[in-house]
Design a binder for this molecule. Structure first.
Ligand SMILES: Cc1cc2nc3c(=O)[nH]c(=O)nc-3n(C[C@H](O)[C@H](O)[C@H](O)COP(=O)(O)O)c2cc1C
Length: 187
């Protein structure tokens, strides 16, 4: 379907998180539509101490090459106190060039779909020249859909995600070519 590389970013760091089950489902769904995704689970990596942070990152970090390699991102995030988790903000802030001029789809979840996390992310990602797709997916109380085989979404969720992936794939190819053929010169 596409030559672009995708990364799924699982944002929750909690020991009893449900985010990993959602991220596993999303990664499987991406593979099912013929795309390849690297699952970057923020709970499985460590970032340097923020004491060392500089404008524009300060890397390299252990995930910088994986963020760099991806042409597009699916960000799987819970809503915490009407925003996204601090661990995700750290992962964003520790990288800069790696994110630039790429698209992202947000797959949020929470009591009411986690859409406030999505809206906060859109503004932050815009600062890094990351385009968020118009469509995202907001999962309402997905913990009720967790079974022994993992996350089993209600009817309609897979279709909604596939539509968002269609947008993401368009942006991924468009910006992949633009980065190669017409690189933006920062002034
Ligand atoms: C610190 C914290 C704040 C939360 N705030 C919200 C919130 O503002 N809105 C919401 O819908 N759910 C909120 N929740 C509930 C989460 O949606 C729920 O715990 C979810 O499972 C968190 O995702 P995780 O298990 O992958 O970490 C909060 C949970 C935590 C731990």
């Amino acid at each position: 379907m596409t030559e672009a590389n995708y990364a799924v970013i699982a944002a929750s760091l909690r020991g009893e998180r449900m985010g990993r089950a959602v991220a596993d489902w999303a990664t499987g769904r991406i593979a099912a539509v013929g795309m390849t995704a690297d699952l970057i689970d923020l709970a499985e990596i460590s970032l340097p101490d923020d004491e060392l942070l500089q404008p524009g990152g300060a890397g390299p970090t252990e995930i910088a090459p994986r963020i760099d390699r991806a042409d597009a991102y699916v960000i799987v995030t819970p809503e915490y106190n009407h925003s996204y988790p601090a661990g995700l903000k750290r992962a964003i802030d520790w990288h800069y060039r790696e994110w630039m001029f790429k698209p992202a789809t947000v797959l949020s979840y929470g009591v009411q779909g986690g859409l406030l996390a999505t809206e906060h992310l859109r503004g932050v990602l815009a600062e890094l020249h990351v385009v968020t797709t118009r469509r995202g997916v907001g999962l309402t109380t997905p913990w009720y859909d967790l079974g022994p085989a993992g996350y089993a979404p209600p009817d309609g969720v897979a279709k909604a995600f596939d539509l968002a992936l269609g947008e993401l794939a368009w942006w991924a190819e468009t910006l992949r070519h633009a980065r190669r053929d017409r690189p933006y010169i920062q002034r």
